[in-house]
Ligand binder design. Structure first.
Ligand SMILES: [Zn+2]
Ligand SMILES: [Zn+2]
Length: 134
């Protein structure tokens, strides 16, 4: 049951494609995601890392993750759109930002993570129950 995902940045310089992972899509409220998106949270779609191809122009910013291993944010150097996240801890997965997909309606968040870090003005947490139809 593979599902090919294609997407890219606002200006079109960086395009990506890959196969949807079986892992759940999720909303992340952590402080990193707040700062990287300029919003209350990120909306992430996991892809199978080895299936992903991304344009060479992608620029990557490295951060220290909570586990002590590095996490990375990939974005377009021209228009600044955030495109992907990955971490050394989960090396078989590359996460793309949901709205960067050509068809954002494919996004069905199944859960929220780091919800304790959510800002008071950010929307309520999605629970694992009832959500996440694939
Ligand atoms: Zn761009
Ligand atoms: Zn996060």
């Amino acid at each position: 049951m593979s599902d090919k995902i294609e997407g890219g940045c606002k200006c079109g310089l960086v395009r990506y494609s890959g196969i949807r992972s079986d892992l759940p899509m999720f909303r992340c409220h952590c402080r990193d995601c707040q700062q990287l998106t300029g919003s209350g949270h990120s909306e992430m779609v996991p892809l199978v890392a080895k299936s992903v191809s991304i344009g060479d122009a992608l620029k990557t910013f490295e951060m220290a993750g909570g586990s002590g291993l590095s996490t990375f944010s990939g974005f377009c150097p021209n228009c600044g759109s955030p495109l992907i996240r990955r971490s050394e801890r989960v090396s078989d997965c590359i996460y793309v930002h949901a709205a960067s997909m050509d068809d954002p309606s494919k996004y069905h968040p199944a859960k929220s993570i780091y919800s304790e870090a959510a800002q008071a003005w950010d929307e309520a947490v999605i629970t694992t129950e009832g959500a996440g139809t694939k």
